[in-house]
Ligand binder design. Structure first.
Ligand SMILES: Cc1ncc(COP(=O)(O)O)c(C=O)c1O
Length: 458
């Protein structure tokens, strides 16, 4: 590095060699190495720490059963893998750029598939944008709509990137927490008992509120917002002229007969909602990083502007693979042969397996209605726990997870990371588990839990 800097400086001062070269060289080194100017843009202030990096690293050590990160550790369905193979080995033009806002067969199938579900005539060119995963969709939406000083309402616990994405756009996150109802003796709690206080929610809307982000089924809680809850959110958005960013990446994973309702399908909501989806979550292929946003032209056109000035377009082959997978799924929709049906059933079985196993060591899982995740209460174990290392201001769940990874070989994510800093201390006794895992992973988890149980004794 030092050598490179020296080479550049010499090149720049070369013409001065023999005159005031000594002084110029010293000055050049000095300026390059100390760089008095502020380097990073102000919009990065306060968002540099990302807890995922730390917890993913800890959980990726050998012999750790990683139930932390949200990805399936089993293959995507055979038809999706074949679709990917067709995309790679078929038409050579799929190696080239495609249309900026989405590969046309993909935007067409997304428009027809979701048009039926949302009860909308969706124009593939005006109402669809294909993005780098749902993450890219969220980023594009925040950049396109949130302005300096705008407020964004975020429902806690929340998928943690919503806060930095709001801040990076110059917005102000305004948090409102789902409140659990009191625990019933002997019964497991359900995430449906975690509810918004309608008065508190209404109080968060101001003349500066630009958007509300709604995640259903939610990460990390697994809550599926009921129609009544969505109607409340919808009426407040309409009353205060607010855009709803609906993150619905887990829409196919809803358990126990609950129904996923897209807020965009409620009366008057299509016109003010961006609906975000993920092929990674839909087809168990999170590495493909194909996502999309659906919405009215008046909103989408601004996302198009961000997209054409940043990514421009996403990889063609993965889009082609997702298009073919959706075409297949459309033919089987609602039937036992549908992947969405089979994946939902398999995930519900895994969820039940994990809930039973966690209870064996005294953890109290909160029954999720949907998604890849459940959160489990760790407070009942507290009395049996050793003193946990860690800084005194580090939330208890974070210290617990680090201890559990190191001593029990089980990786999870502390739920406090899904809260804003002021609310973190009230929710520091839950951990998030991803149960969308292969049978062999669940068996490995059972072995670790059995050992833990033996150590705890009767
Ligand atoms: C709620 C939620 N939204 C968006 C994403 C990002 O999805 P993608 O992998 O398609 O970028 C995730 C990933 O974990 C998520 O949990």
């Amino acid at each position: 590095m030092f050598k490179n800097v020296a080479a550049i400086c010499l090149h720049l001062v070369g013409p001065l060699w023999g005159k005031k070269t000594g002084a110029s060289l010293t000055q050049c080194f000095h300026q390059t190495l100390t760089m008095a100017k502020r380097l990073q843009a102000r919009r990065l202030d306060g968002i540099d720490y990302n807890p995922w990096v730390e917890f993913i690293k800890l959980s990726s050590e050998d012999d750790i059963v990683n139930l932390g990160q949200g990805f399936p550790d089993f293959p995507p369905p055979a038809f999706a893998v074949e679709a990917f193979q067709h995309a790679v080995s078929g038409d050579f033009m799929l190696n080239q750029y495609t249309t900026a806002f989405g590969y046309p067969p993909l935007t067409r199938i997304l428009a027809s598939f979701f048009g039926k579900l949302l009860g909308q005539e969706i124009n593939p060119r005006k109402n669809v944008l294909v993005t780098m995963g749902a993450y890219g969709a969220l980023f594009t939406a925040f950049q396109a709509l949130v302005d300096e000083g705008d407020e964004v309402i975020i429902i806690e616990p929340f998928f943690d990137c919503y806060e930095p994405m709001t801040l990076m756009a110059g917005g102000r996150p305004v948090f409102v927490s789902l409140k659990p109802s009191p625990t019933r003796d002997g019964e497991l709690d359900s995430c449906s008992d975690w509810q918004l206080d309608p008065v508190e929610l209404a109080s968060k809307f101001t003349s500066r509120t630009k958007a509300l982000i709604l995640n259903t089924p939610s990460n990390p809680l697994g809550k599926v917002f009921s129609r009544a809850e969505l109607e409340l959110v919808a009426s407040l958005c309409q009353q205060h002229d607010v855009v709803c960013i609906a993150d619905e990446v887990y829409q196919w994973l809803v358990y126990d007969g609950y129904q996923h309702v897209s807020i965009a399908s409620l009366p008057g909501m299509w016109d003010r909602t961006l609906t975000i989806g993920s092929a990674g979550k839909t087809f168990s292929a999170t590495g493909w990083k194909v996502g999309w946003v659906l919405g009215p032209g008046r909103l989408l056109k601004h996302l198009h502007t961000v997209h054409q000035n940043s990514i421009f377009h996403c990889p063609t082959q993965t889009q082609a693979a997702v298009a073919e997978s959706f075409e297949r799924e459309q033919l089987h929709f609602g039937q036992p042969s549908s992947y969405f049906v089979q994946f939902q059933q398999a995930s519900q079985r895994s969820r039940d397996h994990v809930m039973r196993s966690l209870q064996s060591v005294g953890l109290r899982p909160i029954i999720p209605q949907g998604s890849y995740f459940l959160i489990t209460d760790i407070s009942e174990l507290k009395s049996k726990m050793p003193d946990l290392p860690g800084a005194t201001d580090e939330p208890y769940d974070s210290r617990f997870v680090k201890w559990m990874i190191k001593n029990k070989g089980l990786g999870a994510i502390p739920v406090s990371i899904f809260y804003s800093a002021p609310h973190r201390k009230h929710f520091d006794h839950y951990i998030r588990i991803c149960f969308v895992k292969d049978e062999s992973t669940l068996q490995a988890m059972d072995k670790k839990l059995q050992k833990w149980k033996d150590e705890l004794g009767p």
